[in-house]
Design a protein around this ligand. Structure first.
Ligand code: RP5
Length: 154
């Protein structure tokens, strides 16, 4: 695996249209990342292998997206001490309410920083903010983005 700062994992290819917003934001900030489809329940061993290989490739933050009974972020968090950001995906009968609860309600000891349902853009921004604690260039880019957001739209 080539050097990455962020690994994006998602439970299914059906999550990709949402998670392309994470990819776009990381690309805009010049953050090296890799995206893999790894389901915690369909392919648990491959999920754990991906976490190990990503850490060996320099990964500092994990972004994990899953829908329904979403346990991907929790499983990844159990295998790393890097920050894990969970994105609950709106899929299935409960439209993301299930994934939100499954992702956000981690028992004490293994944290997952959970963003909004389908909060793919914020997942990227949070990952970038974490990386920016050790990266002046990213800090400056984030400051510029805040200034830009504060400008009146009319
Ligand atoms: C989860 O179940 C995935 O993260 C996806 O959001 C949902 C549905 O998966 P597919 O049936 O579309 O593969 O594992």
């Amino acid at each position: 695996m080539k050097h990455i700062d962020v690994l994006i994992l998602m439970g299914s290819k059906s999550d990709l249209p949402t998670m392309q917003k994470t990819e776009a934001e990381l690309t805009a900030y010049g953050v090296p990342y890799l995206t893999l489809i790894r389901s915690a329940h369909r392919m648990p061993e491959a999920t754990i292998t991906a976490v190990k290989e990503a850490e060996e490739a320099g990964c500092k933050v994990f972004v994990c997206a899953a829908g329904m009974a979403a346990h991907l972020a929790g499983v990844v968090a159990s295998k790393t001490i890097c920050p894990v950001i969970g994105v609950p995906i709106a899929s299935g009968t409960l439209a993301g309410q299930d994934a939100l609860h499954a992702t956000v309600m981690m028992p004490p000891g293994i944290p997952v920083a959970t963003v909004a349902i389908n909060g793919a853009k914020n997942a990227a921004l949070l990952a970038i903010q974490i990386l920016a604690t050790q990266d002046e260039t990213l800090r400056e880019k984030l400051q510029q983005y805040r200034i830009q957001q504060a400008k009146p739209v009319d």
